[in-house]
Design a protein around this ligand. Structure first.
Ligand code: GYE
Length: 353
């Protein structure tokens, strides 16, 4: 918007001048108003980290549907293709373009100090969305909105713990593998920690942890190699649904069965997101036992932050989204974490996609 003040003046003069020969004055004036309005749009540069999962696609869609020209925005969307260097380049370009706001969905937490300092020096507010940045000085960004990833991990692990209690399954009978997300991403760090704490507290056997980079193809690849190395896996903790879909492919291709009868030879799949339609259907079929929800619809949340900033208000520095836990297995009704009770949302046949 700043850089466009000069443009507005020129455009307004041009439109008025161009219209001088015309008879309809009202028409000319209206055209001028429209041109000024077009030039006054709030310019948002969004550095999206990639397109690795259904969660990510839903997130990009939410941003694109929110920051439309009808809503008064011009969105410059850059896909970082899961590489921090691309995202840093995008931010530098946004600074050169003198955008009004930079929105960053960072691929990993560290390594942002320099480029965020450059944005700060240019006076451009930076809103962090989804994953977090780990910077030495919090004033390098205006605010953050996203999920409590560690809480998501705690919910998933607590569901398993409650299930073992109800089904009277001893802790030594639990043999878990973890297909992690992109290493160094807040969602990976939080979800891995949620599991690690529960493994320690409950004495479960965590056989291995390997990253599946949040994709279905890598999820399948990692699961294939786990199955070759271990013959006693009965729980697979997948740090997103796409990895879960890949893991199920690998398990079924190996002639094994996914399900919740973990002392009867089945392999239980626990996952995160709840965005992918097949994943929801798999919950209903019992192929995925539970999913800790992760909500991707951040577009309107970021818009509310920008509107608050435009009005001179100070949005909350950190805003966490409320999320649920889904299952079709009714063994566990609710989870208590800290002082809070989280009811399990039991999916019904009509929830099928
Ligand atoms: O769970 C996964 C995606 O950071 C919350 O990234 C996000 C995660 C999400 O690729 O599917």
């Amino acid at each position: 918007m700043k850089k466009s003040i000069a443009v507005i003046m020129i455009l307004a003069i041009c439109v008025l001048a161009a219209g001088c020969g015309r008879s309809n004055k009202a028409e000319k004036e209206q055209e001028a108003v429209q041109t000024i309005a077009a030039a006054e749009k709030i310019v948002v540069g969004f550095s999206q980290l990639g397109a690795e999962s259904d969660w990510r696609s839903a997130n990009s869609k939410s941003m694109k549907e929110t920051f439309t020209s009808e809503n008064g925005y011009e969105l410059i969307f850059e896909d970082g293709q899961q590489k921090q260097a691309n995202q840093i380049m995008a931010i530098r370009t946004f600074i050169q373009q003198e955008v009004d706001y930079i929105v960053l969905a960072p691929v990993t937490e560290t390594g942002w100090d320099t480029v965020l300092q450059e944005a700060k020096d240019a006076g451009i507010p930076v809103i962090i969305v989804d994953r977090m940045v780990d910077v030495s000085d919090d004033s390098l960004f205006t605010c953050w909105v996203g999920s409590d990833f560690e809480l998501e991990g705690k919910k998933a692990a607590e569901w398993l713990y409650q299930y073992t209690l109800k089904e009277k399954i001893a802790s030594e009978e639990i043999h878990i593998v973890n297909i992690q997300g992109t290493i160094g991403a807040s969602s990976q760090i939080g979800r891995t920690k949620g599991l690690a704490d529960a493994v320690k507290a409950n004495g479960w056997n965590l056989l291995a942890e390997v990253s599946g980079d949040y994709t279905q193809a890598k999820g399948r690849e990692v699961m294939e190699s786990f199955l070759k190395q271990y013959d006693n896996i009965n729980v697979v903790y997948c740090e997103n649904d796409n990895e879960a879909l890949g893991a199920i492919e690998a398990i079924e291709a190996a002639g094994k069965t996914v399900g919740s009868d973990i002392t009867g030879g089945e392999i239980m799949i626990i996952s995160f997101d709840g965005v992918n339609e097949s994943a929801i259907n798999y919950v209903l079929e019992g192929k995925i036992t539970c999913i800790a929800e992760c909500n991707p619809l951040h577009g309107p949340r970021v818009q509310a932050i920008i509107e608050a900033l435009e009005e001179g208000k100070t949005p909350d520095k950190f805003a966490y989204v409320d999320e649920e836990i889904f299952s079709a297995n009714e063994t566990v009704k609710d989870l208590t974490i800290g002082d809070t009770v989280y009811p399990v949302t039991i999916l019904q046949p009509e929830d099928a996609k």
